[in-house]
Design a protein around this ligand. Structure first.
Ligand code: NAD
Length: 363
């Protein structure tokens, strides 16, 4: 049983698909500020508990970013890599139809792991309302996540944290776990800003070159061979080695709980920017804080995606979207770091206090 609290969850929906033997979950954590907003994740091991933790992160994220949304998340426990596109579409269509009574009134979906604009289009078409999801393709009035809004916000958070530590971006080194939507664009925007990306990983392993990796070349290795490990001109290291790379900024941008009791002592980065959702449990974050590592939590750093969702929902254009992301994430990170210096609390504790204040106000 999930342990709720005064914030939520308000709704827990569990679904079962007999035809494909697939379970799915929707957790609407809190709707005080508006309909619950959060992506659909399709991974074999997704659980009710994981979906709840992600939904809570969305509640806090949306409040902190001043958006008129509550928090929610959904998960389909299925491995799309083991199935054809037709089966994946059938499952997404089934899921969308089953959620029709709640979406878009109380739940507005979005992309997440293994769910991109194509899948979101299937969801919206099965639901019948364009308001039921954001991250839609342009033809359906969307501002696709493929523009890189989340990675852009992650890069903004990194820039502010580097500023705070007095490290010039031109001297900063960065390691990134994951080369999907978030990792790719965090890489792109940080290297464009002058940082040196020295390591990156995907599900097949990691690569390291202290002199820096070239964005276009990594992209091409991934596109042509299916993995960053085939990049020419870097050392191959174990995937888990990415968390131990000696660098200024470490960006987990793929899986949950990757920095944990077993490896947190080996973290050598000065700053961790959480591109992924829930990559580190709070207790471990506290230990990292004690060790002097500056950790910017998920719901602060990766809000770019949901801000872009808001811009899409409101019919605002791309230019306005970039401006809101830059301003919101930049201001939030700066405010949190100043309060951290004053109080000694962790960035998560401070950000949570601010967000909960905004949920109670309902504004
Ligand atoms: P994605 O499916 O586009 O990419 C996931 C990446 O993770 C892929 O490169 C994959 O190779 C990599 N990966 C899988 N297993 C790995 C492993 N063992 N080691 C290293 N890399 C591995 O997903 P995404 O949209 O980039 O999302 C990543 C994370 O960011 C998730 O936690 C998601 O909830 C979060 N997030 C995404 C967005 C968004 O807009 N896409 C917004 C906020 C938060």
């Amino acid at each position: 049983m999930l342990k709720g609290d005064k914030i939520g969850p308000e709704y827990i929906v569990k679904l079962y698909n007999f035809r494909h033997n697939v379970r799915a979950f929707l957790v609407i954590d809190n709707t005080k500020r508006g309909p619950g907003k959060g992506g659909i994740r399709m991974t074999p091991a997704v659980s009710e508990e994981e979906v709840f933790r992600l939904a809570r992160a969305m509640t806090l994220k949306n409040a902190l970013a001043n958006l008129p949304f509550g928090g929610a998340k959904s998960g389909i426990a299925f491995d799309p890599k083991k199935a054809d596109v037709k089966t994946k579409k059938e499952i997404v269509t089934w899921f969308a139809r089953a959620l029709k009574p709640l979406s878009p009134s109380l739940y507005i979906a979005a992309p997440d792991v293994n769910m991109a604009e194509r899948e979101v289009a299937w969801f919206v078409e099965a639901n019948g309302s364009k308001k039921s999801a954001t991250g839609k393709p342009k033809r359906l009035g969307g501002l696709p996540h493929e523009l890189g809004s989340t990675g852009f916000g992650v890069a903004e958070a990194a820039k502010k944290a580097l500023d705070f530590l007095g490290i010039p971006i031109s001297e900063a080194t960065v390691a990134i776990e994951g080369f999907g939507n978030v990792g790719v664009f965090a890489f792109k925007f940080l290297s464009e800003a002058g940082a040196r990306i020295i390591a990156v990983s995907d599900s097949r392993g990691a690569i390291l070159n202290k002199n820096g990796l070239q964005y276009r070349k990594v992209l091409s290795a991934k596109k042509k061979t299916g993995s960053v490990v085939n990049y020419e001109g870097a050392d191959k290291i174990a995937g888990a080695g990415i968390f131990e790379v000696n660098c200024d900024v470490l960006i987990p941008a793929a899986l949950p709980d990757v920095i944990n009791e077993d490896n947190f002592e080996k973290v050598a980065a000065k700053i961790i920017i959480q591109g992924a959702n829930i990559p580190i449990k709070e207790a471990i974050e506290k230990k990292l804080h004690k060790k002097g590592v500056l950790v910017i939590p998920d719901f602060v750093a990766n809000a770019g995606g949901v801000i872009s969702s808001y811009a899409e929902h409101k019919g605002l254009g791309e230019k306005k979207m970039w401006q809101i992301i830059e301003r919101t994430i930049g201001e939030n990170v700066a405010q949190i770091l100043i309060a951290m210096k004053k109080t000694g609390k962790t960035p998560r504790e401070i950000a949570t206090e601010i967000a909960i204040g905004k949920i109670s106000d309902g504004r």
